[in-house]
Write a protein that binds this ligand. Structure first.
Ligand SMILES: NC(=O)C1=CN([C@@H]2O[C@H](COP(=O)(O)OP(=O)(O)OC[C@H]3O[C@@H](n4cnc5c(N)ncnc54)[C@H](O)[C@@H]3O)[C@@H](O)[C@H]2O)C=CC1
Ligand SMILES: O=C([O-])CC(=O)C(=O)O
Length: 260
């Protein structure tokens, strides 16, 4: 299968390596126009616009963030190429979500939302059928995991001695204000009660060493609590390794004859 990636940051590099180990090396990387490839001698082709992608490309994988999905998503789908994305928070923008859905319809392609750094989304999706009463998501990261985010407007991350909440609100506001940190909030919202009903709390905690994500949900099905303590990627303390793993799992799912 012809696979292309968008972005070669911490997640993109992890995905590339895992695909190489599986004999599924991506053939193309869509980079920012100001970005010089740093794999000199590498056989990959670097392309700078969707129109440069070969027509036989079957799957693109967005590992680059909200702006990349907004910039390239609709044209990829409209040309008939399926797209896996980790930039779920971008869908909090209703206009973008509508444009992506319309492009997918026009191109007979699909936008697949990778599960990212969280689990239990299957449970939420099923529970939604019977009706959900309450869904809350709490995201807790060490202070360095919030560097470069809106948390810095509220907290002095370098001198934090105890856990401190820097956001409380709904998943839509969280996703818009924290594009690199609240894609999990968006994943929970999209699987369950939606962006406006899902309650979110984001916490910087100097006493932890992993990214801890928790979901509490209740409804006609009963109730559940899910908690994960995710290791971060070595070259980005914001991003959980599981998020990168979930992109590879989504690609494997695209290829498999039988999917779980
Ligand atoms: N769904 C989830 O659970 C998670 C989602 N993410 C999302 O994944 C994104 C990437 O994460 P990392 O790899 O850790 O970040 P990173 O900062 O290490 O890498 C991002 C890469 O994307 C490139 N890029 C940015 N905009 C681009 C564009 N328009 N076109 C092409 N390339 C572009 C950058 O140059 C950089 O190389 C995050 O910004 C976040 O939105 C991250 C963690 C979890
Ligand atoms: O990787 C994580 O732990 C979560 C994250 O950054 C996001 O939700 O965008």
């Amino acid at each position: 299968m012809q696979i292309g990636l968008i972005g070669e940051g911490a997640i993109g590099r992890y995905v590339m390596e895992q695909l190489r180990l599986r004999g599924l090396r991506p053939q193309f990387i869509l980079t920012r126009s100001d970005h010089a490839p740093d794999h000199s001698g590498d056989a990959l082709t670097y392309v700078r616009s969707v129109s440069d992608l070969p027509s036989e490309l079957a799957l693109m994988v967005d590992c680059a963030g909200h702006s990349a999905l907004a910039q390239h998503g609709a044209s990829i789908l409209e040309r008939g190429t399926d797209l896996v994305t980790l930039s779920l928070g971008a869908l909090a923008d209703e206009t973008l979500a509508f444009e992506l859905a319309r492009a997918a319809e026009r191109g007979s392609a699909r936008l697949h939302l990778a599960s990212g750094a969280i689990g239990a989304l299957d449970c939420l999706r099923a529970a939604k059928v019977g009706g959900l009463d309450n869904v809350t998501y709490t995201g807790r990261k060490p202070p360095k995991g919030w560097k470069g985010s809106a948390a810095e407007n509220v907290l002095d991350l370098d001198s934090l001695q105890e856990a401190a909440t820097h956001f409380q609100g709904n998943a839509r506001d969280a996703a818009v204000r924290y594009p690199k940190n609240a894609n999990v909030a968006a994943a929970v919202a999209l699987a369950g009660q939606g962006f406006d009903e899902t309650r979110v709390e984001l916490i910087a905690d100097p006493t932890i060493a992993s990214n801890i994500h928790e979901v509490h949900a209740s409804g006609a099905f009963g109730s559940f609590h899910f908690r994960i303590a995710g290791q971060t990627l070595p070259d980005n303390p914001r991003s959980s390794a599981l998020a990168a793993m979930s992109a590879v799992a989504a690609i494997e799912r695209e290829i498999a004859a039988i999917t779980t």
